[in-house]
Design a binder for this molecule. Sequence first.
Ligand SMILES: Nc1nc2c(ncn2[C@@H]2O[C@H](COP(=O)(O)OP(=O)(O)OP(=O)(O)O)[C@@H](O)[C@H]2O)c(=O)[nH]1
Length: 211
Amino acid sequence: AECTPGALTPLPPSLRVSLQVMLVGDSGVGKTCLLVRFKDGAFLAGSFISTVGIDFRNKVLTVDGVKVKLQIWDTAGQERFRSVTHAYYRDAHALLLLYDVTNKASFDNIQAWLTEIHEYAQQDVVLMLLGNKVDSAQDRVVKREDGEKLAKEYGVPFMETSAKSGLNVELAFTAIAKELKHRSMKLPNEPKFKLHDYVKKEVRGSGCCRS
Ligand SMILES: Nc1nc2c(ncn2[C@@H]2O[C@H](COP(=O)(O)OP(=O)(O)OP(=O)(O)O)[C@@H](O)[C@H]2O)c(=O)[nH]1
């Protein structure tokens, strides 16, 4: 109920921000499931229905006393929809780039996604790399260290997630909302928000190898 617009306390426009976040990555990495987990707190088990073109959902978060409305675009990972999604990059304030830790090809394609992002997105877009499906420990083929290394190489924050268990899902969106909120409205005497530090401090492990 706290998610329904009616339940929100009205705030002056100066204390509201509206932002666009886009989910990108290969088909099947779990973009739709991550969004559904974040929006509805549920996991869509069962058959896999690929996104056609682009879909979107809104969610309002309160970040440091400011209402942040995230409009989240769920893009289709399939190659044949690429030209549709290219058009949306320009208006995205943040991008969550996903791979699937049980699918090596989805990890190997991250470099190609980064090239695409470089070509189509705004230069100052907030970017975060997510290794999803860490609940599938027995099927894991991409080590956490490999994700960390790649993210470090490109200077992007990184975390492992699970749309199934919910691990770090809220955190991924909250971190982005905080970064964007701090960029769009700097309150007097507010210390600078450091996304990398925040993620490092808040991130939870998958419980398999290290804590
Ligand atoms: N075990 C596990 N399975 C997941 C997770 N996230 C998604 N899946 C499964 O992976 C499949 C693909 O998930 P989607 O969210 O539809 O993938 P997508 O990235 O949106 O795919 P496209 O729309 O084709 O780009 C589904 O069968 C999901 O049930 C996760 O965190 N853990």
